[in-house]
Design a protein around this ligand. Structure first.
Ligand code: V47
Ligand code: SF4
Length: 372
């Protein structure tokens, strides 16, 4: 039973039995989830999510020391929410790194104790499976111990299709080269109607799930995301979370769930207003409640901002990603406040301690490296 001081009689009758189930640590159904998501107050969702996070992760807040390498922002796809991609034909504000340039970036971190490289970019028509295999091999040859978390299911679908190999074969080849896990991007919203409106031409939700399931079967863990705060409705959120929960029941291969707030700078959906902080709190706390088989909920601070990240630590979140070290462009190009995303360990530790939580430096698989 969860340790909360929630008084059931003060709750709307239509959700009392659902809250009772959650307090008793029983799973709630998709329909019950929808009722809760649309009817519960933020304070109720927050109390439940916080009680669950304390039970699962105590007051710990995980972070890692990582860098992002973004090989290119040239992309064959046309996601309406993307502020970052450029077409091969119009190379203004575009970049394409060579393998040596990317390896040199990592060499610059020779004296730093980073444990993870996050390797994700646009889907470039000329950077294929064999190119990335060579890149990963070279990364591992200079830093054999580093964890390579690479390629969204969208990138993987394209590179396997172009190389004419199955997802399993492609993933086996990448694993053999040194890829350790997959990030959670590209999930967006699985629902076909919404997906067709915001990112019609990239792989569909079913394929995203299939690629992650295949990776899990090869002992390559992964993360999962949702892109929220645009044109989706609560039923689409429930559909998305429910598919992730079902796959996690089957494989237990997801490390963490990361809700990604839609940012509206410089893209084809810029007319859509960004959601409120209250909506952020609702999404994160609800995710913590509904995804009972996920150990961690991550707030990716370069996207959601440092202040909201601090607030989210009381709404179910126990992970705030890492130091990043100014190596990502995806959110700075979407107009977020922080144009140079980097935090030193000292700053992360302060951010966490200022809200009375315990900072834990972790590796990608949540092994503790150091407590502060
Ligand atoms: O799939 C793109 C999102 C994702 C916008 O697994 C946007 O540890 C908001 O998935 N507003 C890529 N979001 C980033 C990602 C990620 C980041 C950090 C850590 C991990 C992890 C994964 O970024 C895309 C898309 O959902 N995105 N444009 C935008 N304007
Ligand atoms: Fe390409 Fe990814 Fe941007 Fe979509 S979100 S256009 S797949 S870089």
């Amino acid at each position: 039973m969860l340790n909360t001081s929630i008084n059931l009689s003060s709750i709307k009758p239509e959700i009392q039995s659902i809250v009772f189930k959650i307090i008793n640590e029983e799973r709630i159904s998709k329909d019950e989830g929808l009722l809760l998501f649309t009817n519960a107050s933020i304070s109720l969702l927050g109390s439940l999510a916080n009680a669950i996070r304390l039970k699962k992760n105590d007051s710990k807040v995980y972070f890692n020391k990582n860098i992002h390498i973004e090989p290119t922002n040239i992309c064959v796809f046309d996601c309406k929410f993307c502020s970052y991609s450029r077409k091969l034909s119009k190379k203004v504000e575009a970049w394409e790194f060579t393998i040596d340039e990317m390896v040199n970036k990592l060499k610059n971190y020779k004296d730093f104790e980073i444990t993870e490289v996050h390797l994700v970019g646009g889907v470039h028509p000329k950077m294929g499976l064999h190119y990335f295999i060579e890149l990963i091999q070279k990364i591992k040859s200079i830093r054999p111990q580093i964890h390579v978390k690479a390629f969204t299911a969208v990138e993987l679908e394209y590179m396997c299709r172009k190389a004419k190999v199955s997802y399993r074969k492609g993933l086996e080849m990448l694993k053999e080269a040194g890829q350790d896990s997959l990030p959670g991007g590209g999930a967006e919203i699985f629902d076909k109607e919404i997906r067709d409106k915001i990112c019609a031409d990239k792989c569909d939700g079913k394929t995203w799930l299939e690629i992650h399931e295949t990776a899990h079967s090869l002992k390559m863990p992964s993360n999962a995301t949702i892109l929220y705060g645009h044109i989706e409705k609560p039923k689409h959120i429930l559909n998305h979370l429910s598919k992730l929960r079902d796959l996690q029941d089957k494989t237990l291969g997801f490390n963490t769930f990361i809700p990604l707030k839609y940012r509206n700078g410089n893209n084809q959906m810029s007319h859509i207003k960004e959601g409120t902080v209250l909506y952020d709190l609702r999404i994160y706390s609800f995710s913590r409640i509904f995804l009972d088989n996920f150990n961690h909920i991550k707030a990716y601070w370069p996207m959601i901002g440092k202040k909201t990240t601090q607030n989210l630590l009381a709404f179910g979140v126990d992970d705030i990603d890492g130091t990043i070290d100014d190596t990502t462009k995806i959110y700075s190009m979407a107009g977020v406040e922080d144009q140079n995303p980097t935090m030193s360990v000292k700053e992360i530790v302060k951010l966490v301690k200022d809200v009375n939580k315990k900072p834990i430096q972790r590796d990608t698989l949540y092994n503790t490296i150091k407590t502060y």
